[in-house]
Design a protein around this ligand. Structure first.
Ligand code: NAD
Ligand code: ZN
Length: 356
């Protein structure tokens, strides 16, 4: 079966295009359902951006705390808050922030129309009803969350996305000004998520012309951004790299870095970008050129990666990490082929984790 996946319906791109949001949303307000809900990264409380958010009288603004990555319990709490503030039928949900806030906004928009807890929908195509209108405004670039059909959540039992056709944003607003002031270290970690998406997609067994077309362009842009001088165009390039990187993996898959990073984040709470970097830095045996180029990029960015993050873990914790990682079958299959289990024993994976 070939994947028949939906794409975001509308995209606006360009410096300052954030100010068009008011007009864009005006077209979505309807009598009886005219409230917009803005879910905004609380890093922007008291910022100049906060004053530019077009919050109308009937609207609600919720500040999102993403110090830890989104949990299903937080999504459920936020869904209740939205219902209490504006009722069951808001005109739309707008997420303004990095991958975490975009995923939160996607998840809340789905939970407005699907009963129960968001944990019930972690998996593939479990969502039954279309979401309310939802728009994403990235303030960090790299995850590809702006284009993907998933909202990654940590639930009581696992870290797994709400993967569905209804998850995809109806609108994204790509304003490179919004990512310009992100701290260098965060910019690097999130940007490297994109670089790693490209390497894993382009070197995977699932590669095809669709993924190659998007992935090779995204990789070229990442190289310009992270190996060249920083210029005002760097933000525009990084934003498009993230978009294209996300499109590339939509029709292929990620690989060993993501498969191992999921274990790191589940057991150690490492965030997606940082976990990917810690993992990828030790994966020369799978991605020799990519890893060497990555180290050059880290050096140029002046970022020193954490080392020895798994040291001191108990055998039980290591086993849990290995279980989580080996549960990512499609990622391993993309990286190593259909017979991946013959190449990736628990012992080999343990040795990889010991190095991280
Ligand atoms: P993030 O959204 O977790 O944010 C990281 C930190 O940067 C936070 O403290 C945030 O407050 C801050 N921040 C955000 N924008 C800022 C700005 N402009 N200036 C200053 N600080 C800013 O980081 P991320 O790397 O964009 O996203 C990671 C999340 O995305 C994880 O939860 C991961 O699971 C998810 N993810 C989702 C997908 C998907 O397809 N849905 C793909 C990859 C990752
Ligand atoms: Zn990723």
């Amino acid at each position: 079966m070939f994947r028949n996946f939906p794409m975001i319906s509308r995209v606006v791109f360009g410096r300052g295009c954030f100010d068009q949001l008011e007009d864009i949303l005006a077209g979505k307000r309807r009598p009886g359902s005219d409230s917009m809900v803005f879910v905004v990264d609380d890093v922007f409380e008291d910022s100049a951006l906060a004053d530019r958010i077009p919050v109308g009288e009937a609207d609600a603004l919720l500040w999102a705390d993403v110090d830890v990555e989104p949990k299903t319990s937080y999504v459920d709490e936020m869904t209740d808050l939205v219902k209490a503030a504006v009722g069951d039928e808001p005109a739309g949900i707008v997420g303004i922030g990095g991958g975490s806030v975009m995923d939160l906004a996607k998840a809340v928009s789905l939970m407005m129309t699907n009963p129960g807890s968001s944990a019930d929908y972690q998996g593939w195509d479990l969502i039954r009803n279309p979401a309310v209108y939802h728009a994403g405004v990235p303030t960090l670039s790299g995850t590809g969350a702006e284009v993907s059909r998933t909202a990654v959540l940590t639930g009581p039992e696992r870290k797994l996305g709400l993967n569905s056709d209804h998850t995809v944003f109806d609108q994204v607003v790509l304003d490179p000004d919004l990512i310009a002031d992100a701290p260098d270290r965060q910019r690097f970690y999130t940007g490297m998520d994109c670089y790693i998406h490209c390497i894993e997609s382009l070197q995977g067994t699932y590669l095809n012309a669709f993924s190659e077309a998007y992935g090779s362009k995204a990789l070229e842009l990442c190289r310009e951004v992270f190996l060249g001088e920083r210029t005002p165009e760097s933000d525009e390039k990084l934003m498009m790299a993230s978009f294209f990187g996300g499109m590339s993996i939509a029709y292929s898959q990620v690989g060993v870095a993501h498969a191992t990073s999921y274990g790191l984040s589940y057991v150690l709470g490492l965030k997606h970008g940082e976990g990917n970097c810690v993992a990828f830095s030790q994966l020369e045996e799978f991605y020799p050129e990519g890893v060497s180029e990555f180290h050059r990029m880290a050096e140029l960015a002046g970022v020193e990666l954490p080392v020895g993050v798994t040291h001191g873990l108990s055998d039980a914790e290591m086993d849990r990490m290995i279980d989580v990682s080996l549960g990512m079958g499609p990622l391993w299959e993309n990286a190593l082929g259909a017979d991946w289990r013959e190449h990736m024993s628990r012992e080999r994976l343990r040795a990889l984790y010991d190095r991280m």
